[in-house]
Design a protein around this ligand. Structure first.
Ligand code: PHE
Length: 375
């Protein structure tokens, strides 16, 4: 059995020769000194202390030496690595200090400079009121529904039992979308109310129960004035279920006005009216939330909000006409429903004492800001 090779000279291991170690250390120290920023230093460190650096390779060779030569070689490599480690730490501290100083100068903020006085914006009160109304209904389990503003005539009129000769179809009320060819009709209109969303909801759900609330933009050929605009907003409510009656409609309306206007005595009343898509139909009024009806016949206590009438007109409502249910494939023998719709601008006008429709259209921040940024 052969023993260790005692004549093996460690100096003969190339990587471990003193001059090799010295050269590796000198290269490494030069690279450290040459590093002018932290990235360069990180690169120098990787090149000279990483697993394939000359000093790491030399360190690995030590194990191959005969035992008596290892201590000497180990010390030599260890010293070199120690010295490099210290040089790296010193340079790191120097470069960090330089960087901190540079950042302080380059990123200094002059707090005495005047800043841009960009005024805070505000959400439009039409949006916040719509969302408030949605919330009242979502809390009762309703879903929020949507439909397109460019609507097929069939959804806007026919399916709602609005016959071809109904005055609401007249060009004088409705924006018709022209066909591709000159003089032809496209069959599309800008929706004149949110009621087509009733049809869309029923066709989408197919099977009742259906409880939807739908706020949205609608269009009519009105000139802009203090109380009119060709574009305004409505909110539509539709409920279809077994056994729904006018009483459910009334209870829902009462709950809505109590939630929106609060306090004692808020309620609604219904007056007979006509809509092709509801039967019976009614005009709905709510108690004046300012005087609560006390201005009526009471000249000492006039009310500007309701012109001392005690009631404020809200919009239209009724029990869904069975013909509408049939148009949507819902069996009117089994199901019944109620619906209502009203204008949001109108409600905002009496609720927040907005005098002019045009203020709501322009949405000047001076108009919207006093409503706050309520969400
Ligand atoms: N769509 C009707 C309108 O624009 C309002 C309404 C909705 C009436 C639902 C009855 C039921 O005036």
């Amino acid at each position: 059995m052969s023993g260790p090779n005692t004549s093996y000279d460690p100096v003969e291991v190339e990587a471990l020769k003193p001059e090799e170690i010295e050269r590796a250390l000198a290269d490494a120290l030069a690279a450290v000194a040459a590093a002018t920023d932290l990235d360069a230093l990180r690169e120098a460190k990787a090149a000279h202390t990483g697993p394939s650096s000359p000093l790491a390779l030399a360190n690995r060779e030590i194990g191959a030496l005969p035992p008596q030569a290892r201590a000497e070689a180990g010390r030599r490599v260890g010293q070199a690595r120690g010295e490099l480690g210290r040089a790296l730490a010193v340079r790191q501290t120097e470069l960090e200090a330089e960087r901190d100083e540079r950042v302080l100068v380059e990123e200094a903020v002059d707090v005495t400079l005047p800043y841009d006085r960009v005024p805070a914006g505000a959400r439009h009160p039409i949006t916040t009121l719509s969302e408030r109304i949605e919330d009242v209904f979502v809390a009762m389990g309703y879903e929020v529904a949507e439909g397109p503003e460019v609507e097929a005539e069939w959804f806007n009129f026919d399916a709602l039992n609005i016959g071809p000769d109904h005055p609401a179809r007249a060009e004088s009320d409705t924006f018709y979308v022209a066909g591709a060819e000159e003089g032809t009709a496209s069959g599309a209109v800008l929706r004149t109310h949110t009621s087509p969303v009733q049809i869309r909801s029923m066709l989408e759900h197919r099977e009742p129960p259906i409880y939807v609330i739908c706020p949205g933009r609608v269009y009519r050929t009105d000139e802009v004035d203090a109380t009119h605009s060709p574009v305004f907003h409505q909110v539509e409510c539709l409920a279809v279920d077994e056994g729904l009656t006018m009483a459910d409609l009334k209870g829902t309306l009462d709950h809505m006005v109590r939630s929106l206007f609060g306090g004692e005595g808020m309620r609604t009343r219904l007056r007979p009216d006509y809509f092709p898509f509801t039967e019976p139909s009614a005009e709905m009024d709510m108690v004046c939330y300012v005087c609560r009806g006390e201005s009526v016949g009471n000249p000492d206590r006039p009310c500007r909000t309701c012109s001392s009438e005690g009631w404020i007109e809200l919009g239209g409502c009724g029990v869904v006409n069975p013909r509408v249910l049939l148009a949507c494939g819902i069996d009117p023998e089994r199901y019944s429903g109620f619906a209502f719709g009203f204008g949001i601008e109108r409600m905002l006008m009496f609720r927040n004492n907005v005098q002019d429709m045009r203020d709501m259209i322009e949405a000047d921040v001076r108009f919207t800001r006093p409503f706050g940024t309520e969400v």
